[in-house]
Design a protein around this ligand. Structure first.
Ligand code: TMP
Length: 206
């Protein structure tokens, strides 16, 4: 049992992670916890550069983008103002919308996954999630959700890519099953059912 947890939500684009992060925050606050929610890519300087690459405004080799994510993640953990390690020390339960498994899945689709895992070793040794919750949604369902959303489709948001990213997530989870606590939650259900399932997975740890 722990007083505060570090929870990572993972899923392909359109899996509903952002909504579920908010719902989990509300539920945990209602239980009397101090909760801090955050996301990757961050909105810090490195994260902003990443977002402009994702929007297609800046061209960059995939390997360099993977490196930017490594740096953004370390800043996310270590920065003195609102870094995750500081927030945990202050007693917050921290929920992050994406963490290093996103890198393994998204960059592992373009390059050797073992390289991506090795490049993120510093983050993993600084802080492993108490639990990584994977919202598992069918790529076709998530593509429909993305098309209904009123935003520009990002460069990774094609059906083929969603399929290959999901497969890479599964590959990474299998590879690291011995060292990581990973839970799959059915993301094809209603928003409320998913939220209930996710909460059930963390409640027993508190
Ligand atoms: P978002 O849609 O959840 O805001 O994430 C933005 C995109 O960034 C999404 O397509 C996944 C991608 N991404 C990576 O490619 N590598 C990473 O390490 C992370 C955290 C996200």
């Amino acid at each position: 049992m722990k007083d505060n947890l570090f929870i990572a939500l993972e899923g392909i684009d359109g899996s509903g992670k952002s909504t579920q992060t908010k719902l989990m925050e509300q539920s945990l606050i209602a239980r009397g916890l101090k909760v801090y929610t955050t996301f990757e890519p961050t909105n810090g300087p490195i994260g902003s550069m990443i977002r402009s690459v994702l929007r297609g405004e800046m061209k960059m080799d995939d390997r360099a983008v993977a490196g930017l994510f490594v740096a953004d993640r370390l800043d996310h953990l270590l920065n003195e103002q609102d870094g995750i390690l500081k927030k945990l020390e202050e007693g917050y339960t921290v929920i992050t919308d994406r963490y290093y498994f996103s890198s393994y899945a998204y960059h592992g689709a373009h390059m050797d996954m073992d390289w991506v895992i090795a490049a993120n070793a510093m983050s993993a040794s600084l802080l492993r999630p108490d639990v990584t919750l994977f919202i598992d949604v069918a790529p076709e369902v998530s593509m429909t959700r993305l098309q209904e959303r009123n935003e520009k489709i990002e460069i990774y948001e094609t059906l083929d890519n969603l399929r290959s990213v999901r497969a890479k997530y599964v590959e990474a989870f299998e590879k690291l099953a011995g060292t990581e606590n990973i839970v799959f939650v059915d993301g094809n259900n209603s928003r409320e059912a998913i939220s209930r399932d996710l909460l059930r997975q963390v409640e027993h740890m508190l």
